[in-house]
Write a protein that binds this ligand. Structure first.
Ligand SMILES: [Zn+2]
Length: 451
C-alpha cells in the first residue's frame, strides 16, 4: 500500500461514511473503517471530506475565435483545475473551418494537450455543418474514445434542425451522446438587429440581445428531435428556468434528456451587465434573473439537471476591454477552479444539495454520461485514485489574485466561501496541497470514453 488517508468522511454518490481510503499505485485499493496499511504513507484527514475528483465536463483551452485565443492554455487551464479539486476536464475538438475533417481536428487537439495537461482529460467532438453525414468519420471518432458530439443551433457553425436530427440518428446507432448549445438563431438575429437599429449596442444590452425565449425554444425543438430519433440528448449550459422546465417535462415522460448548468447561471444575474465591469460577465447564453437562479437550483436538486460544469472560456481582462458593443466583446469567463467550492458553499451549505448529490453532479454523472465511469467519478476499489481532500471549515474570500487563471479575474470576486479543497490527488499523485500546485505539464492523460 502506498498511501492511506485516515480518519476522514468518505463521500460517494450514494452515502457519507467515516472510512479510510487506501491507494496503491494509481488506483483506489480499499475503502473501509480502520484500514491497516503497513509501509504506507499515512495522511491524517480527520474532519475532512474525501471526495472523488471533480470532472469539469465543459472547458475551452486555448480556443481560437477570429484572431483571439482564450488566455488559459492546456497547461494553465489544467493547473488551475488541480488547484480547485478538478482531476478530469473535457474540452472540445473543433474542426477549423473550412474543410478539416473530424479525425484531423481530433488528432490535432490531442497533440496540443499531450505534453501540457496537468490533469486527465477527455474530448467532445464538435460536428460542423455537413459533417453529420459522414458516418465513417463519426464512427472513427467514437472508436478513438470520443463518445460525445457537440453541435450549435446558432453561430456560423450552426446545424439546421434537419442536420441535428440526422446526427441524433447516427449517434444513436453508434451509442454516442449528442450535446447541444441551444439558442434559437432566428430569435437572436432579429433581437440583435432591433437593438443595433435602436443604437442600443452597449455591452449592457447583452442579455436583451439573447433573450430567454431563444434558449427555451431551441431546447424544446432539440428535445422534440431527440424524441423522434429515439436518441438521448444533452443540453449544455442551461441558463433559464424555462429551459430546465422543458428538460424536466421530457424526462418525466421517460425521454433520455440530460441537462448541464454552470455556477454563473446559479449564482449571478443579468444585473451585472449594468455594472462597470459588464464586459467581464459577458458569456453566451447570458446571465438571467434571480428567479432563473432559483429554478435552476430546484431542478438540479430534483435531478432534472444532472451536471454542473463551467464552460471555462477565459478571455483575459485585456481582451474583454477591447469590446465596444455586446456583439464584439469576447464571450466567455473562467470558472473551473471555483466549481467545487462554490457548489459546496452555495449548494450543500444552503441546503439545495446533499453531499452525495454534490458528488453526483460534479463527478459520477459526468463520468457516466461521457463514458469514463467507473474509472473516473468513483472511489471504489479499482477506480483511478483521483481524490480531493476537502476542508469544510476553511473560510475563503474569492479573489482573482489567489486564483490561477491567466484571465486575471473571476466573476465571483468577493464571494465568501466556507469549505475549500485542501489537497488533490491525480491517480495517486499529489498534485495540489494547501495552496501549492505540485503537478507537472504532461502528467495528465487522455482518458478514452467508452460507449
Ligand atoms: Zn462552451
Amino acid at each position: 500500500m502506498d498511501l492511506l488517508l485516515k480518519g476522514g468522511w468518505v463521500v460517494t454518490a450514494a452515502r457519507v461514511e467515516q472510512a479510510d481510503v487506501a491507494i496503491k499505485g494509481e488506483k483506489i485499493a480499499a475503502v473501509g473503517p480502520d484500514l491497516a496499511a503497513p509501509g504506507a504513507v499515512v495522511r491524517d484527514v480527520t474532519g475532512k471530506y474525501i471526495l472523488p475528483g471533480a470532472i469539469d465536463a465543459h472547458v475551452h483551452y486555448q480556443m481560437p475565435t477570429g484572431d483571439l485565443l482564450t488566455a488559459d492554455d492546456w497547461f494553465t487551464g489544467t493547473r488551475l483545475a488541480a488547484c480547485g479539486g478538478v482531476t478530469t476536464v473535457i474540452d472540445y475538438a473543433e474542426p477549423a473551418s473550412p474543410g478539416e475533417s473530424l479525425t484531423e481536428a481530433l488528432t490535432k487537439r490531442l497533440e496540443e494537450a499531450r505534453d501540457q495537461a496537468c490533469v486527465d482529460y477527455g474530448l467532445h467532438q464538435v460536428v460542423m455543418p455537413g459533417q453529420e453525414e459522414d458516418e465513417a468519420e463519426l464512427r472513427a471518432v467514437v472508436e478513438k474514445g470520443v463518445t460525445s458530439f457537440k453541435v450549435f443551433t446558432t453561430y456560423a457553425q450552426r446545424l439546421s434542425l434537419a442536420a441535428i436530427s440526422h446526427l441524433l440518428q447516427q449517434a444513436r446507432r453508434l451509442g454516442a451522446l449528442v450535446t447541444v448549445h441551444c439558442e434559437d438563431h432566428e430569435i437572436i438575429t432579429a433581437k440583435r438587429e432591433e437593438l443595433i437599429a435602436a443604437g442600443q449596442t452597449d455591452p449592457a444590452y447583452h442579455a436583451a440581445s439573447r433573450p430567454a425565449e431563444a434558449e427555451v425554444k431551441a431546447i424544446r425543438d432539440v428535445i422534440a428531435l431527440a424524441g423522434e430519433a429515439g436518441a438521448p440528448v444533452y443540453i449544455v449550459h442551461v441558463s433559464t428556468g424555462g429551459g430546465a422546465e422543458a428538460i424536466a417535462a421530457a424526462r418525466s415522460k421517460g425521454q433520455q434528456v440530460y441537462g448541464e448548468t454552470c455556477p454563473h447561471y446559479l449564482l449571478l444575474t443579468e444585473s451585472q451587465y449594468t455594472g462597470p465591469d459588464s464586459r467581464l460577465f459577458l458569456m453566451c447564453p447570458p446571465l438571467r434573473t434571480a428567479a432563473d437562479n432559483e429554478s435552476l437550483w430546484r431542478h438540479l436538486a430534483a435531478g432534472a439537471l444532472q451536471v454542473v460544469a463551467t464552460d471555462h472560456c477565459s478571455y483575459s481582462r485585456v481582451q474583454k476591454a477591447a469590446g465596444t458593443a455586446f456583439y464584439n466583446t469576447p464571450s466567455g469567463v473562467p470558472g473551473t477552479e471555483t466549481l467545487l467550492p462554490l457548489l459546496y458553499s452555495f449548494g450543500v451549505r444552503n441546503g439545495w444539495l446533499t453531499l452525495p448529490q454534490l458528488v453526483r453532479v460534479l463527478s459520477t454523472n459526468p463520468a457516466r454520461l461521457f463514458g469514463l465511469y467507473p474509472r473516473k467519478g468513483s472511489l471504489r476499489p479499482g477506480s483511478d485514485a483521483d481524490v480531493v481532500i476537502f476542508d469544510p471549515r476553511r473560510q475563503v474570500t474569492l479573489t482573482a489574485a489567489n486564483l490561477h487563471s491567466a484571465a486575471g479575474y473571476t466573476v465571483f470576486e468577493g464571494f465568501h466561501l466556507q469549505g475549500y479543497p485542501e489537497a488533490t490527488y491525480l491517480r495517486g499523485w499529489l498534485i495540489y496541497d494547501q495552496g501549492c500546485f505540485l503537478g507537472q505539464a504532461g502528467q495528465g492523460r487522455f482518458i478514452p470514453g467508452r460507449v
